[in-house]
Design a protein around this ligand. Structure first.
Ligand code: WAQ
Ligand code: MG
Length: 250
């Protein structure tokens, strides 16, 4: 689903579901589009595409952890430190964050998809700078949903938003070209965000932006332009279902 108002992005969401769930999911997507803190849409698009079972890949969610930051400035410093700890250059990380915070699209609005940033040069790599790269075709494996909800319950995090971001980050960081993802929401009432990486998992940070700001987005730090087309293709089209994170860490 994606929704917009006079061309400006309001919200979006993607699912990967069995036929039997399509009606209910379409109805809840519509409800979601119509009741959003970023505003009332003038356009809503629902796209449904068939994916063959034989293409379906199953993987595990990233281990999840939460870091408390007193405020968004502290949270961003923490994020920069985490990204630097993954081998990224501090200057490149800070510059990418500034661009996200200023509104990543050329008109300084939010993008529908993510920024792709070359980890070596800091260069923006997404082919369409208005749109960004939108990750799709991922969900929780229905067989694993009850235990994943229990796990989130035990952490007091059983919310659709957390589940969806966790799934998205678990898909993005599966590809070896991606070193890390940084995200915070564009919803004015939601301050948490995360740094995700195959190395350190899904690391939530309780405050990554000021309350009331409608500027948010995602940055994928990638190894280099080589293989970029196939990476973007996989992010957009490879169907993936996720099961519980590996035991031993939470
Ligand atoms: N693919 C690429 N980029 C996306 C996608 C996607 N499927 N969905 C959203 N984005 C980008 C887009 O630029 C949005 O403006 C931005 O991310 C924010 O999207 O553990 O709610 O759906 O507490 O507002 C993270 C923390 C919440 C969750 C993220 O993002 C937690 C969130 P939102
Ligand atoms: Mg949003």
């Amino acid at each position: 689903m994606r929704s917009s108002c006079e061309g400006a992005h309001i919200s979006g969401a993607e699912r990967l579901l069995d036929f039997s769930q399509l009606e209910d999911a379409a109805s809840s997507m519509l409800k979601r589009a119509l009741n959003h803190s970023r505003g009332v849409p003038s356009h809503i698009t629902l796209t449904l595409e068939q994916v063959g079972q034989e293409q379906l890949r199953k993987e595990r969610l990233l281990p999840l952890s939460t870091f408390v930051a007193d405020n968004w400035r502290h949270g961003r410093l923490l994020a920069v430190d985490m990204l630097e700890g993954l081998g990224l250059e501090r200057r490149i990380v800070k510059n990418a964050i500034s661009r996200l915070a200023a509104g990543p699209a050329p008109n300084h609005e939010v993008m529908r998809g993510a920024m792709l940033v070359d980890a070596m040069s800091g260069e923006r790599l997404e082919p369409d700078r208005m749109r960004g790269v939108r990750v799709s075709r991922m969900d929780i494996d229905p067989a694993a949903l009850p235990s994943i909800c229990l796990l989130l319950d035990s952490l007091n995090l059983n919310r659709q938003r957390v589940l969806e971001a966790w799934v998205l980050a678990s898909k993005v960081t599966l590809y070896p070209q991606v070193i890390a993802e940084l995200c915070w929401s564009d919803d004015p009432d939601y301050q948490p965000g995360y740094v995700a990486s195959a190395q350190n998992g899904y690391q939530r940070i309780t405050h990554l932006k000021e309350l009331g700001s409608s500027i948010g987005g995602r940055i994928f730090f990638v190894r280099q332009a080589a293989g970029l087309t196939s990476l973007i293709d996989s992010l957009q089209y490879e169907p993936l279902l996720f099961r519980e994170p590996p035991l031993g860490r939470d």
